[in-house]
Design a protein around this ligand. Structure first.
Ligand code: COA
Ligand code: ZN
Length: 307
């Protein structure tokens, strides 16, 4: 049996939150439907954050009510605080992800809390989520480098991961928010973690800012990690992290895993139309390193079908 790698699509949240324009709920719905159509089975569909801080994510509760509810698709949402948790619960979301950053300044800039406060709030939300029967996920953001404080200490990341797992988190997502990680740095953070927790409790979130996202995925795979975030077409960034550009593109991740013999449940060519549709919705040029090649293979496939 080939190893399964879970892919969590974050385009509708991490991707859209950093776009200059705000998509309508109809357009966000269209995007998520295209992702489901492409075979993606885990989707971070939005966030319950202040609409003043992130107008692109306003109306996430209403959007959730309009999503195609399929037993095989897991939708999650990002929450920064108790209010976000309550809004997610009211909307009926079954999986929530808190966003704790590994440095003092990043927590202040992102969610207006100190590191100590953000850790306590995130732990409390993890406990609540488990008590309420939800899936509980915790991001540890700026896990490799912070745009304000420089290189992050691996020990701090390990300590925060520990605290989130102790509080009941099902998964901790080690996030390279600004795309500054390299494969050795990834191993330095993940190897000690793999010693004392189950690797299926860890997920990784890479940005491709410096072209090293896939190399970082390989390093994480070698440490036993079998879950990754990615964003369709590489859409993404973080409005509170200067210099953060696109996420690891879902099509690049799926193609590499497929070529290495891992199962993802997603057919690489099925992603081509999703990239094209999201490109139309957002109006910008999209596509990971492999997209032009995938597009050509997809055209050949279509021509062969039409003969
Ligand atoms: N969802 C919606 N509104 C929220 C909210 C939430 N999760 N949390 C707070 N608010 C509202 C409050 O009700 C209040 O509204 P009012 O002024 O109309 O009364 C207002 O926001 C301020 O509340 P306060 O608790 O003082 O928040 P803050 O100003 O300290 O901001 C956050 C804190 C977390 C709400 C804000 O920084 C935020 O939304 N950050 C999101 C960051 C993000 O999404 N980053 C990208 C992902 S990594
Ligand atoms: Zn990100």
């Amino acid at each position: 049996m080939r190893d399964f790698v879970k892919i969590n699509e974050v385009g509708p949240r991490d991707g859209l939150q950093s776009q200059g324009q705000t998509l309508s709920l109809e357009q966000r719905l269209h995007m998520i439907k295209a992702l489901v159509q492409a075979g993606i089975r885990a989707i971070e569909m939005g966030s319950f954050v202040s609409p003043r801080a992130v107008p692109q994510m306003a109306g996430t509760g209403e959007l959730f009510a309009r999503l195609p509810m399929l037993s095989e698709v897991d939708y999650s949402a990002l929450i920064p605080n108790l209010k976000g948790y309550q809004l997610a619960r009211e909307a009926g979301v079954g999986s929530v992800a808190v966003v704790l950053s590994a440095t003092e300044t990043m927590n202040q800039r992102n969610i207006n809390m100190s590191l100590t406060e953000a850790t306590a709030v995130s732990a409390e939300l993890m406990q609540r989520a488990k008590a309420d029967g939800l899936q509980a996920r915790a991001y540890v953001a700026v896990a490799f480098e912070c745009p304000f404080e420089g290189v992050t200490s691996p020990e701090v990341v390990q300590q925060l991961t520990h605290q989130m797992l102790d509080a009941g988190a099902d998964t901790v997502i080690i996030a390279d928010t600004i795309g500054a990680a390299n494969p050795l740095g990834v191993q330095r953070v993940l190897q000690p973690l793999a010693q004392w927790c189950e690797t299926d409790q860890i997920s990784c979130h890479f940005h491709d800012t410096r072209g090293m996202a896939l190399a970082n995925v390989l390093a994480a795979l070698q440490c036993g990690v079998r879950e990754f975030d990615s964003s369709i077409g590489g859409l993404g960034g973080c409005p509170f992290s200067p210099g953060a550009t696109g996420n690891l593109a879902t099509e690049d991740l799926v193609l590499m895993l497929d070529a290495m013999g891992y199962r993802t449940g997603i057919e690489p060519l099925a992603l081509v139309q999703a990239v094209q549709q999201v490109q139309q919705l957002t109006g910008g040029q999209l596509g990971g390193h492999s997209f032009r090649w995938l597009e050509r293979q997809w055209h050949k496939q279509q021509e062969a079908r039409n003969v």
